[in-house]
Design a protein around this ligand. Structure first.
Ligand SMILES: [Zn+2]
Length: 78
């Protein structure tokens, strides 16, 4: 994977979610040089997997367990 800060693309295979402490620790290093390990390899979900995931949540609902993973980068990039 190529860090986005080094021109890496925002794709299903190149970007993963991480909590803020882990993301700060990784910074702009490659995964190999970060000392971090992926919980699972990123991959593009099939449309069936996307629909199955979507059915588990009501529209516009943000599960509490995702609060630490989302929105913080909006502040960094604005
Ligand atoms: Zn973490």
């Amino acid at each position: 994977m190529v860090p986005r800060s080094r021109g890496g693309v925002t794709s299903w295979e190149n970007v993963v979610a991480a909590c803020s402490p882990c993301n700060l620790k990784k910074a702009n290093r490659s995964l190999r040089h970060s000392g971090l390990h992926l919980a699972r390899m990123p991959s593009r979900p099939t449309s069936e997997e996307m629909h199955a995931a979507g059915r588990r949540f009501p529209p516009h609902h943000l599960h509490q367990s995702w609060v630490d993973y989302l929105y913080w980068d909006v502040e960094l990039e604005s």
